[in-house]
Design a protein around this ligand. Structure first.
Ligand code: SF4
Length: 262
């Protein structure tokens, strides 16, 4: 891209979309950008985004603001509608970590709002929480780009996860939940570098920065595998989480899955 104006436009648009909540409208007039240039911000937006280290942030709000204009993965910046930083209670005792935003999440800017997210919400409610009580995030904060004409989602690459992990690490360090639930193999691999089959990892307590991590299946797995035995495994994992958090477990919750599945 040889034209300096076009290059500046390409770099500024993702940040402008994130800052102004303009999710998905690709147009920005030359007049608008020239006006922005004349406004002479204290520091160019891209420089702020690339100069900061996630570890330098002391609270979640500025960390989120910086992540929303992150440009570390140019190919994802070009395809995303926005960065999906995470949502929920910044002082949550419980945090769920998934893989990456899908199309619905990219569109709405919130994690787990598609069909898998709706199932996760049901699990959260059955545990006695609301989505406002807990915190939800992903190991990758931008939607993995897809080949033109392809639908669905793709697994993040190792390079993408490595680039993005500092955001999540700082997020977790600032929230300091009492427990984390890692949803699916990509979350476990991203957080702890483990590549064992989920069958071996699920239901086990692991450790991330001295925070206990329960590994369970991603809700999308349950959407594709409707067997009662797999659903029961996830619910048993959630009961272990409640126990770890010191939450009372009602008789209804103990028998919830058995009753609900009849
Ligand atoms: S995936 Fe993460 S590191 Fe890459 S551009 Fe998005 S926020 Fe930045």
């Amino acid at each position: 891209m040889s034209d300096p104006f076009q290059q500046g436009l390409a770099e500024a648009l993702p940040a402008l979309r994130a800052l102004k909540g303009d999710r998905g409208k690709a147009g920005a007039s030359r007049t608008c950008l020239e006006a922005l240039q004349l406004a002479k911000p204290r520091k160019p937006i891209r420089a702020i985004a690339s100069a900061v280290s996630p570890a330098s942030f002391k609270t979640l709000t500025p960390l989120r603001e910086a992540a929303l204009v992150c440009t570390k993965c140019p190919h994802l910046v070009a395809s995303r509608k926005g960065v999906v930083f995470g949502a929920g209670n910044p002082s949550a005792d419980l945090m769920f970590v998934g893989e990456a935003p899908g199309a619905d999440e990219d569109e709405q800017g919130e994690p787990f709002v598609g069909p898998a997210g709706q199932l996760l919400t049901k699990i959260i409610l059955a545990m006695g929480f609301t989505r406002d009580d807990i915190y939800i995030s992903n190991v990758l904060k931008c939607r993995p780009d897809m080949t033109v004409g392809m639908t669905g989602n793709r697994k993040p690459t190792a390079d993408e996860v490595e680039a993005c992990l500092p955001w999540l690490e700082r997020q977790i360090d600032l929230i300091r939940p009492k427990a984390i639930v890692a949803l699916g193999a990509t979350a476990v691999e991203g957080l702890m570098g483990l590549t064992e089959p989920m069958g071996n990892l699920r239901g086990r307590w692991l450790d991330f920065h001295e925070i206990p991590v329960m590994v369970t299946y991603h809700p999308s797995y349950l959407l594709h595998n409707q067997s009662i035995s797999e659903k029961r495994k996830v619910w048993e994992d959630m009961l272990l989480v409640l126990e770890r958090l010191g939450r009372p477990i009602s008789a209804k919750q103990k028998s919830f899955f058995t009753v609900a599945s009849k």
